[in-house]
Ligand binder design. Sequence first.
Ligand SMILES: C[S@@+](CC[C@H](N)C(=O)[O-])C[C@H]1O[C@@H](n2cnc3c(N)ncnc32)[C@H](O)[C@@H]1O
Length: 283
Amino acid sequence: MPAKREYAFTRADFMALRRLVVDHTGIVVTDGKFEMFYARLARRLRLLGLTDFKAYVARLREDDGSELIELINAITTNLTGFFREAHHFDYLADHLVPRWAARPGVPIRIWSAGCATGEEPYSIAMVLLERLPDVQRRDLRILATDLDTQALEQAQAAVYTTEQMGCLTRLPWRRWVLRGRGAQEGHIRMRPEVRALVDFRRLNLIGDWPLRREYDAIFCRNVMIYFDAPTKRVLVERLADRLAEDGHLFLGHAESLIGLAPRFRPVARTVYALVHPTKPAPL
Ligand SMILES: C[S@@+](CC[C@H](N)C(=O)[O-])C[C@H]1O[C@@H](n2cnc3c(N)ncnc32)[C@H](O)[C@@H]1O
């Protein structure tokens, strides 16, 4: 027998919530997420003083958008880590940084699309600080975007627990973190030089992108796995449009582009370069 719930939550409520989620985020919610939805959203009902999920759905439908942000914050999966999928950071350091180093004076723009709590853009920043000569004098920016406002707040604060440090305990990376003392014991913060390279912004990958630049590298890792195939295809096309001529796209380990994007060719494990219509890739 399932435990008695504090709030009535029917299948119709779940279906309505998952429709709102997919329409606003592209995230496809599977049947197996029923309990997770209840567990994560019961707190919202409590805070709003609502008596059941039917009332919560009604509230979302007549909302000005602010409760929708809370819904999205509650259901997104923000799992990430410093230097997650380390081979991408090796590729960045060994292939892209030398290329950029050979073009002094040329601006460098990188986009971490779906940056969650910031470990990904800060890892990119540390690679550049370590490996790009004259890094402090380069016109270099890392744009880091996500849909989840809570994750973005944490990212901007740049404070992590020592358990989240992972390889940051080792050189050279530990040079780029400050260790908390006293009341801050058990926490680290990214150094100002690292934070200074990253601009955080809320951006919905299935909405409008108010971006003016082209990017030399786009990291869009472990985001598309939550989308259906047509949404993925459109997103990959739009990412291709935002890449500079010799730009690279980094995807998550489960996000192969095979059969999805003829405009890209693989150059390393889940790293892709644009194929140029004027310069077709050799067969
Ligand atoms: C699993 S995390 C991946 C974090 C990081 N890229 C990594 O690989 O470690 C996925 C992130 O994608 C974000 N996300 C999901 N749908 C999104 C959308 N439509 N627009 C922008 N971000 C989205 C989530 O909020 C979450 O922070």
